[in-house]
Design a binder for this molecule. Structure first.
Ligand code: PXG
Length: 440
């Protein structure tokens, strides 16, 4: 049996221009620390730390060893009406790091599943409390909450929704997004303008009557839309309006949890506590797929009623709390603690911000945004050909500079390793400047 493809056509790649990719494929067969290794042995520096996933680097020896040990000890265990030891241990570890008031963790296998799980928990919570009329869900324009039907419906990325428009779940509204380049171009960290946009939630509460709204979901810092930090005071205002109307606040922390903002959770960095948190990515450093929904005690308690032999929540996945994922997660939590990963990330934030903003006067750059170790450089689109400049830069970085740089249309996105070395960061951005200079 060969493990090398003779024809790469069989794989339908996700979120990829398949035909274009297959003409000149970028295939990776190894990784070590901060580098990917291509099939021909070329080493490429990863400026996106996986896909916002791999904060402590690839193939971390401690995580590798934990997964290797686990696969030989307990490969799989049914998670319904029984459970594996590592899943319980990981839930306890994650809850210990969570903001005050959080008591329970529900495991999924991805960010998309975490989001759909959180939306279902919100609806079921209200029903369990006799407020089954609270059925409306609120998302935000430009929000990314994965690709399942719930997350797509509350999400606000137009191309992801367009083809499925008629099948999005009913009863969903969106508040406006907070991107405004005219007002806020080149703001560092949180922009000043835009706090009032949180009042859109108040308007929707007045329109529908707040008593019909179950939950609002936002990313504390929107990631996929091109890194949009919340305006100063915005998240606090959302929290206030939710409290006023009994609406649950869900933070989608699939990107922002586990050190990306220099704290365990974005909620702690902003000092705003939601009712539910969704996470994935950094939970296992991307090593084994896993997501997690964290809930406050009052939410969990609302379900714990009725006959004790009855299932309280009819929801779960075959692989919820999978032993390999849980073992990876436990090793990752050890690494975070032993290496001081969140402190490392916090210490890098200012340098990263300064390097990014050194692109401010570049003629092709129209905005730069950053918060924690999330950053973006937005380029002016080529006339009549939006997205072409961004994709060309991604490819040129890969082939000419041996750098992995993610582009969303003409926005270059950066997710440095939480334990990056400053020289690598500086050199990578020098290379990016050469590439931006060299394209049309
Ligand atoms: N919520 C958020 C906030 C995310 O960033 C998901 C949910 C879905 O996670 P899964 O594991 O189902 O993919 C994500 C995923 C990008 C990019 O270019 C980011 C994601 C996915 C694809 C592209 O920034 N994040």
């Amino acid at each position: 049996m060969s493990t090398v493809a003779t024809d790469i056509d069989a794989l339908w790649m996700p979120f990829t221009a398949n035909r274009d990719f297959k003409k000149n494929p970028r295939i990776i067969s190894g990784a070590e620390g901060h580098h990917y290794i291509a099939a021909d042995g070329t080493r490429l520096y990863d400026m996106f730390s996986g896909l916002w996933t791999s904060g402590v680097g690839h193939c971390h020896p401690k995580i590798v060893a934990a997964v290797q040990k686990q696969v030989a000890e307990l490969d799989y265990c049914m998670s319904f009406q029984m459970g594996n030891d590592k899943a319980f241990a990981l839930a306890e570890r994650v809850i210990d790091m969570a903001p005050d008031g959080f008591s329970n963790a529900f495991f999924t296998n991805s960010g998309s599943e975490s989001v759909d799980t959180a939306l279902k928990i919100a609806l079921a919570y209200h029903r369990a409390r006799g407020e089954g009329n609270r059925t409306r869900l609120i998302g935000r324009e430009k929000g990314y909450h994965g690709v399942n039907f719930g997350g797509m419906s509350v999400g606000g990325i137009v191309p992801n929704r367009k083809v499925f428009s008629a099948n999005l779940i009913p009863g969903v509204d969106h508040i406006r997004h907070t991107l405004n380049i005219n007002e806020n171009a080149f703001s560092r960290k949180q922009p000043e303008w835009g706090t009032h946009l949180a009042d859109d939630l108040q308007r929707l509460a007045e329109l529908h009557d707040g008593s019909n709204i179950a939950a609002v979901i936002v990313e504390p810092v929107a990631g996929s839309a091109g890194v949009l930090p919340p305006p100063a005071g915005y998240l606090e205002r959302l929290r206030e309006i939710c409290d006023q109307h009994g609406i649950l606040l869900i933070f989608d922390e699939v990107i922002t949890a586990f050190g990306r903002l220099g704290t365990a959770f974005g909620a702690q960095r902003f000092g705003v506590t939601p009712d539910i948190i969704t996470s994935a990515k950094g939970l296992t450093n991307g090593v084994v797929p896993m997501g997690c929904v964290l809930v406050q005690e009052h939410i969990h308690d609302a379900f714990m009623q009725g006959p004790e032999h009855m299932v309280e929540l009819f929801h779960g996945y075959t692989y919820s709390g999978h032993p390999l994922a849980a073992a990876a997660g436990l090793a990752v939590m050890d690494v975070y603690e032993e290496e001081g990963t969140f402190e490392q990330a916090a210490a890098l934030e200012q340098t990263f911000e300064d390097i990014l903003h050194s692109f401010k006067d570049h003629e092709k750059v129209i905005d730069i945004r950053n918060f924690g170790l999330m950053g973006s450089i937005e380029l002016a689109p080529r006339k009549g050909d939006p997205g072409a400049r961004g994709l060309e830069i991604h490819k040129k970085c890969f082939w000419d500079e041996k750098l992995v740089v993610r582009n969303g249309m003409d926005v270059l996105q950066f997710s440095p390793f939480l334990n990056s070395n400053v020289d690598d960061m500086q050199q990578s951005f020098e290379a990016i400047r050469r590439v931006i200079d060299s394209v049309d």
